[in-house]
Design a protein around this ligand. Structure first.
Ligand SMILES: Nc1ncnc2c1ncn2[C@@H]1O[C@H](COP(=O)(O)OP(=O)(O)OP(=O)(O)O)[C@@H](O)[C@H]1O
Length: 646
C-alpha cells in the first residue's frame, strides 16, 4: 500500500484509511500520465463538462461515472523515512465524505492525543478512497510537465532553472525599481497562464530572540505597567454619562466629559471659575479643555503667549495645544486645550489628601504619611528642569502649585495649565500707562514683569517643597513647625533647597543655582531613567514577534477554502491542504460531549504556538465523517502549512 503521506519518522503521520481503486475515480491523473492527451481535462474536473470536448480540446474527457466509487479494504501501513516534502509523491487522498452529497457538517471530535500504536490506529474503520498507484503530485496545479517546469521544488534541476530564470530577469527584489519585477515571474502553465507567481523571499520572522536580562528595577517603571496602560486606554475610551448638557462639538473637539465635580464647592482660578474637561480631538486623540467661565476677551494679542507656550515640548510640561473663545457653553468662555494624560492625579490628590488605611501583610495599616525622599528628589529635579526650560524661553511658569502639577506615571510629574495665566492677566504695556494708546503687538505687561515672575516661580517652588514634605498645603504658614518636620524626615539638602527658593535675595536667583545644590542626585535620577529605558526596550524586544500567530492565521486564510478550488476536492481534500483543514477543525471546531462548540482561547493559542514552533508533540486529527484518523506532529503540520502556502 502506498502512503497517502509518508511520515518523516515513525512518529509522524499515520494513515488509517482504506485505499480505493484508482479506476473508480474519473478525472484523476494516472501514474505516469504527463501527456496532455492522457490528462483529464481541467474543465471536466471543475465544471463536470468541457465545452471544447469535440472542438479540439487536447485533454482526455472520460465518461461520468453512474455510481459512487467503491471503497477498497484497508491495508497495512508502510512506514517510510522519506522527508515530508516527499508527500509530493504520495497518491491522492480523497476522503469518502468528499464523494458524498453535501450534508450538514458533522462536528469534529478531534482531541488531544497520547501517542497511538499502529494496532490502535488500525481499529478505525477504513472509509477513505485511496490509491496506491497514483503518486500524488503537489505541483499538479502548477505544472503540466514536471520535467519542464521550473517549479518542481524537489527537483534540483528545476530549482537551478528557476534561479537562472530569475537571474535572466535580473531581478533583485530589494534594488529594482520595477514593482512587477520585484516580486514575480510568470508561469507558463495553462492553468495560471497569465497570473503572476510570487517568488517567496526568505522570511526571518522565525528568529525569535530573548530580550536582554532584566535591568535593576527602575524608580520610573511601575510594577503594574501593563495594567496601568490598559486602564489608561480604557479611560480614554469611556463614553460620557448621558444628561451632562455639554456641547456636542467645540472647535473640532467632541465627546466632552468633565474631569471634576462642579457641584461641590469650587475654587477660583484667579478671579474666574474654571472647569476641566476631557475631549476627543479631530485626530481622535485625547485632550484636556480648561474652560474659564464668563471671560471677556479684551485683547486678541493675549493669545500670543499661547503660541509661545505651544512651542515648548518638555517631558515635565503638559503641552499646550491652542486657546480659543466660545459661546458653546451658553456663556462667553475662554478654552485652553492641552494634551490629555489619562488617570493623572494632582500632587494634592496623590500625596497630600489623607489616604484610607491599606491592607499590608494581612493587616490594616495606615498609608505611608510622608513622601519618600527618593521620590521627593525626583519631583524636585523634574520640576526644576521644567522651570529651567520655561525660563530659558523667556517665560514664567506661574502655576507651581500642588493642584496644577500632575502625577502622570510612576514618579513622573508634569506641570499643567501653562500659558493660561498669561492670557488671563494680559495687559498691553501701553495700556497700563494712563491715557496711553493701545498698540497691537506691543509687549505685554507680563513680558516686562518676566524677571519678577521667574523669581516668583522659584519662591512658589519652595512653598511646594514644604507642602510635599509636611503633607500640608499651608505648611509655609507655620515655618518653624514645618522646618521641624522637614529636619525629622528628610536630609539637610532638602531643607537647603527649599530655603534657597524661599529666601529673599538681593541678587536675581536663577534655577541653574538649584542644580548646583541638587548635585549627585541628578546622577541617581539619570541611572534610574536609563534602567527604565532598558526595561522598556526589553519589553519591546519581547513583543517584536507578537504578530506571529496573526501571520499563521493569515496563512490559513490564504490556504483554506479558496473559491477557485471550491468545486475541486483535490485542493482541500488532498495532501497538505487536507491536513491543514483537519488541523483547523482541531483548533477551532471542537465540540464538547453535548455537541456544544468549545470556545477555549487557551486551546487555540496553545495549538497555534506549538504549530508556530513546530514541536514534536503528536495530535490526532479526525476527519469530519469520523471515519479516518491521522496522527501527526505539529512539526509535520507546520511543514504542510509552509508547503501549501508556498
Ligand atoms: N492634562 C491633563 N490630563 C489629565 N488630567 C488632567 C489634566 N489636567 C487636569 N487634569 C485633571 O483634571 C482634574 C481637575 O484639574 P484642576 O486643575 O482643576 O485641579 P483641581 O484640584 O480641581 O484644582 P482647582 O481646585 O484649582 O480647580 C484633576 O483631577 C486633574 O488630574
Amino acid at each position: 500500500m502506498a502512503d497517502f503521506w509518508r511520515p518523516q519518522s515513525a512518529n509522524a503521520a499515520v494513515k488509517i484509511v482504506a485505499p480505493a481503486s484508482r479506476d473508480d475515480r474519473p478525472g484523476l491523473p494516472r501514474k505516469g500520465e504527463s501527456d496532455s492527451t492522457q490528462r483529464v481535462c481541467r474543465n471536466v474536473l471543475i465544471h463536470g463538462t468541457c465545452k471544447f470536448q469535440d472542438k479540439g480540446c487536447a485533454f482526455s474527457h472520460p465518461p461520468r461515472p453512474s455510481t459512487p466509487p467503491s471503497t477498497a479494504p484497508s491495508q497495512p501501513e508502510t512506514p517510510g523515512s522519506a522527508r515530508l516534502s516527499q508527500a509530493v509523491n504520495a497518491p491522492v487522498f480523497i476522503p469518502k465524505s468528499s464523494s458524498l452529497p453535501p450534508t450538514s457538517p458533522t462536528p469534529s471530535r478531534a482531541q488531544a492525543q497520547t501517542p497511538l500504536t499502529a494496532s490502535t490506529l488500525s481499529t478505525s474503520p477504513p472509509a477513505t478512497e485511496y490509491d496506491e498507484h497514483d503518486p500524488y503530485d503537489s505541483n499538479y496545479y502548477y505544472q503540466p510537465d514536471k520535467g519542464d517546469s521550473i517549479y518542481g521544488s524537489d527537483n534540483p534541476y528545476a530549482m537551478e532553472a528557476l534561479q537562472s530564470h530569475v537571474q535572466g530577469l535580473d531581478i533583485n527584489a530589494y534594488e529594482t525599481s520595477d514593482p512587477q519585477a520585484q516580486m514575480m515571474v510568470h508561469s507558463d502553465y495553462d492553468y495560471f497562464q497569465h497570473q503572476p507567481t510570487f517568488i517567496r523571499q526568505p522570511l526571518n520572522y522565525h528568529l525569535y530572540t530573548l530580550p536582554p536580562p532584566s535591568p535593576p528595577p527602575s524608580h520610573f517603571i511601575s510594577p503594574t505597567l501593563h495594567t496601568d496602560l490598559q486602564l489608561r486606554s480604557e479611560t480614554l475610551l469611556t463614553a460620557p454619562a448621558p444628561g451632562l448638557n455639554l456641547p456636542e462639538e467645540l472647535q473640532g473637539y467632541h465627546t466632552i466629559v468633565p474631569l471634576e465635580n462642579t457641584a461641590v464647592e469650587r475654587r477660583k482660578f484667579g478671579n474666574w471659575y474654571s472647569t476641566v474637561y476631557r475631549a476627543t480631538g479631530k485626530d481622535s486623540r485625547g485632550y484636556v479643555l480648561r474652560r474659564i467661565e464668563n471671560y471677556r476677551m479684551a485683547y486678541h494679542e493675549a493669545f500670543k503667549g499661547i503660541e509661545q507656550w505651544s512651542q515648548i515640548q518638555h517631558p515635565n510640561i503638559i503641552t499646550v495645544q491652542e486657546a480659543f473663545t466660545t459661546r458653546a457653553f451658553g456663556d462667553s468662555s475662554l478654552v485652553c486645550a492641552y494634551t490629555y494624560h489619562p488617570n493623572a492625579l494632582t500632587l494634592l490628590d496623590a500625596h497630600i489628601k489623607p489616604k484610607a488605611p491599606i491592607y499590608q501583610n494581612g493587616r490594616l495599616q495606615a498609608a505611608q504619611q510622608y513622601l519618600p525622599e527618593r521620590t521627593l528628589w525626583s519631583y524636585i529635579i523634574q520640576i526644576a528642569g521644567a522651570m529651567k526650560a520655561v525660563h530659558d524661553k523667556g517665560l514664567a511658569v506661574r502655576m507651581i502649585d500642588v493642584t496644577k502639577i500632575l502625577v502622570t506615571g510612576k514618579n513622573r510629574v508634569r506641570i499643567s495649565s501653562c500659558g493660561l495665566a498669561d492670557v488671563l492677566t494680559y495687559v498691553p504695556a501701553a495700556a497700563s500707562a494712563p491715557g496711553g494708546p493701545l498698540v497691537p503687538g506691543a509687549p505685554s505687561m507680563s513680558s516686562q514683569l518676566i524677571p519678577a515672575l521667574q523669581q516668583e516661580d522659584i519662591s512658589m517652588f519652595g512653598k511646594l517643597i514644604f507642602a510635599l514634605c509636611c503633607n500640608n498645603v499651608n505648611a509655609i504658614n507655620n515655618l518653624s513647625k514645618s522646618l521641624e518636620i522637614m529636619t525629622k524626615h528628610y536630609s539637610g539638602d532638602v531643607k537647603n533647597v527649599a530655603l534657597f527658593c524661599l529666601s529673599k535675595s538681593a541678587t536675581h536667583k536663577h534655577v541653574g543655582q538649584l542644580f548646583d545644590m541638587i548635585g549627585s542626585r541628578l546622577l541617581t535620577e539619570m541611572d534610574d531613567l536609563q534602567n527604565g529605558m532598558d526595561h522598556l526596550e526589553g519589553q519591546l524586544m519581547s513583543e517584536l514577534e507578537n504578530a506571529r500567530l496573526v501571520r499563521l492565521l493569515a496563512k490559513f486564510g490564504f490556504i483554506n477554502e479558496r473559491p477557485e478550488f471550491a468545486r475541486d476536492a483535490r485542493w482541500s481534500e488532498t495532501g497538505d491542504r487536507y491536513i491543514i483543514k483537519l488541523f483547523r477543525d482541531y483548533v477551532f471546531h471542537q465540540v464538547d460531549a453535548q455537541g456544544n462548540p468549545v470556545v477555549n482561547l487557551s486551546h487555540v493559542l496553545t495549538c497555534l504556538n506549538k504549530l508556530d514552533a513546530g514541536t514534536d508533540e503528536r495530535i490526532m486529527l479526525v476527519s469530519r465523517d469520523e471515519q479516518s484518523v491521522l496522527v501527526v506532529t505539529y512539526k509535520d503540520i507546520k511543514a504542510c502549512v509552509e508547503s501549501a502556502f508556498s
